[in-house]
Design a protein around this ligand. Sequence first.
Ligand SMILES: C[S@@+](CC[C@H](N)C(=O)[O-])C[C@H]1O[C@@H](n2cnc3c(N)ncnc32)[C@H](O)[C@@H]1O
Length: 291
Amino acid sequence: MQISDSSTRILAGLLEARTGQQLTMSRRWRIETALSSLLRERGIGTIDELITILVMGKEPSLSQMVVEALLNNETYFFRDRAPFDLLQRHALPELAQRRAKSKRIRIWSAGCSTGQEVYSLAMLFAEEPAKWGGWTVDILGTDVSTSCVDRARAGAYSQFEVQRGLGISQMIKWFEECPDGWRAVEPLRKSLRFQVHNILEQPPHPGDFDIVLCRNVLLYLSPEKKTLAFERLAAGLAEDGWLMLGAGETVIGQTSKLGADINARGLYRLVGDGSRVEKRQGDRRSAAAGA
Ligand SMILES: C[S@@+](CC[C@H](N)C(=O)[O-])C[C@H]1O[C@@H](n2cnc3c(N)ncnc32)[C@H](O)[C@@H]1O
């Protein structure tokens, strides 16, 4: 299907305006594949015809569907493994000590797609009941795509999806068969929260997250939007919190708010003055609670 330059520009403009994601000319090939099922479902013959409907503005919900179809939602359980090992080996033991009084940990997966990253995090805690029993572990998954958030909330995955990244024993322990595949067991689902959120806007709980994951989300943002996204993510972090990015992503040269954690490669911390570094040894929230 031939897509005109002007249609491409309109679609790219819509996607960038709503999400910050750039549809560069080299990624044009995605358009046709991404929109084909939406066109079929709506009985729209060509992309140029779709553009005409969008420009006429008669179907406001259609533009959101187009944006969601153009987003890259690739994800799987325990994606890249090493980041989860790093959390388990380094960040969680340190948090277990630092938050020993409050017994509360808050994690935000920003750009969580259909939820596999969030369920993977939940499994890290659920696999160690002796360690985390009695703790309040609040894990929030957010995405700009409503359809992704709905799917994440449902926690239901196809046979193919559930096998990507999960071993057979983990799959049987934390998922049960449902008509179209496998669904996360209720206690796992109930331990998680999901909401629609754009990372270019204010974070859901400013200054309160011990760990923020924003993996494989920022790759196609313009430099300006990336800087803004880092500001928002930094604003979500507790003073002693960590940001984790995807493989090959970095904060270096992108923001002055965050820097690499010299003790844990792959984790980033707020860059602050001496008092902030000093403070991060303590538990800000438990100190406040005990005051
Ligand atoms: C490639 S997926 C990555 C999912 C998961 N973090 C992982 O690494 O497996 C990127 C996700 O980011 C979401 N996204 C893109 N732009 C966003 C924005 N401005 N705010 C929130 N989510 C966004 C997309 O909808 C998509 O689900």
